[in-house]
Design a protein around this ligand. Structure first.
Ligand SMILES: Cc1cc2nc3c(=O)[nH]c(=O)nc-3n(C[C@H](O)[C@H](O)[C@H](O)COP(=O)(O)OP(=O)(O)OC[C@H]3O[C@@H](n4cnc5c(N)ncnc54)[C@H](O)[C@@H]3O)c2cc1C
Length: 282
């Protein structure tokens, strides 16, 4: 968060490994030492580009209903299916991929999480052309794609839990980008005279953006503090001290969600927007 703020303060675009920013925390949480060793530094250096092979034509919002199958074969798994809306697949070296390994159990329990080499035999990437003329998304066809055992993340059937880790990190990373620098960008657009609306429209837009980015920034700060304190991200965050054997299921009312720290030291402070004084009519 501090690094993002510093980039924004200087009007610079922060380099990003995009999907690597949420693939990597997932690999660090669930990967073997060898897998962490293989991917961590090259991803951080920007040498490896990742894509996210989750959504399918019949499984968007209902992600757990996906149909791509992974069948156990000698030394690994064979993947068969189709993904869609895969951002950056045409440039990606590796993909994080969710596939069904067990049809007999409830849908959320039959999924497993794989790391797929996008140059494997059987991977076909077909770009989806947007109305802008660009093609940032793709369809990805997986036709008998072999994935070695080493690239199954976690255990078979653990895919949904691992995917939650990925998506929680995705939300935090994207919200960091949205909350920092947006207000400043609009402010400089207005001061340079490139905002085409009236002064009152500029005032309203700036207020809207400032309120939105402050709210997203506060949520992001809360999630980051949870992470720093060793908790999982998102609504299913755990309360380590209170989940000890023999302790109550929930923390007592008024207790600190950040064990070992005074809540007041971590209280979020709302930064008042300066929009009102900057654009007040003289
Ligand atoms: C910019 C962008 C980048 C993306 N990049 C990737 C990527 O890299 N990899 C990837 O795997 N996916 C990616 N996606 C896909 C995305 O994460 C979602 O999976 C997908 O957009 C939702 O699925 P769908 O388009 O099939 O919509 P649907 O699931 O068909 O939903 C369409 C509409 O119906 C509503 N709806 C759905 N189910 C119900 C219900 N039961 N009751 C009421 N309303 C319902 C939804 O809220 C939505 O408004 C990307 C999406 C966007 C917008």
């Amino acid at each position: 968060m501090v690094i993002s703020q510093e980039y924004a303060r200087r009007g610079l675009t922060q380099p990003s490994s995009v999907i690597g920013e949420w693939a990597m925390p997932t690999i660090l949480a669930y990967g073997s030492d060898e897998v962490k060793e293989q991917f961590a530094l090259p991803t951080l250096r920007g040498e490896l580009i990742w894509c996210q092979l989750f959504s399918e034509p019949g499984a968007g919002s209902d992600l757990a209903g996906l149909a791509t199958r992974a069948v156990k074969v000698e030394g690994g798994w064979e993947l068969q299916g189709q993904k869609v809306w895969t951002s950056g697949a045409h440039e990606a070296d590796w993909g994080i991929c969710l596939a069904r390994t067990d049809k007999e159990v409830p849908k959320h329990k039959g999924l497993s999480y794989f790391l797929v080499d996008m140059r494997s035999t059987g991977v076909e990437v077909r770009p989806l052309k947007q109305s802008t003329g660009d093609a940032e998304f793709n369809e990805v066809f997986l036709d008998s794609v072999f994935v070695p055992d080493a690239y199954l993340l976690g255990e078979p059937g653990q895919g949904w839990r691992i995917t939650a880790t990925t998506l929680q990190n995705e939300r935090t990373q994207i919200s960091a980008g949205v909350s920092v620098g947006t207000e400043e960008a609009l402010r400089s657009m207005i001061s340079q005279g490139s905002y085409t609306g009236s002064e009152s429209e500029a005032f309203a837009s700036l207020g809207h953006i400032a309120a939105l980015s402050s709210a997203i920034g506060a949520l992001n700060l809360r999630e980051t503090l949870r992470q720093v304190n060793g908790m999982t991200l998102g609504p299913d965050r755990h309360w380590p001290r209170w989940r000890m054997p023999g302790s109550p299921a929930k923390p007592p009312p008024g207790s600190s969600p950040w064990p070992g720290r005074e809540p007041s030291s971590l209280r979020l402070r709302a930064t008042p927007s300066r929009a009102s004084s900057r654009y007040r009519r003289s």
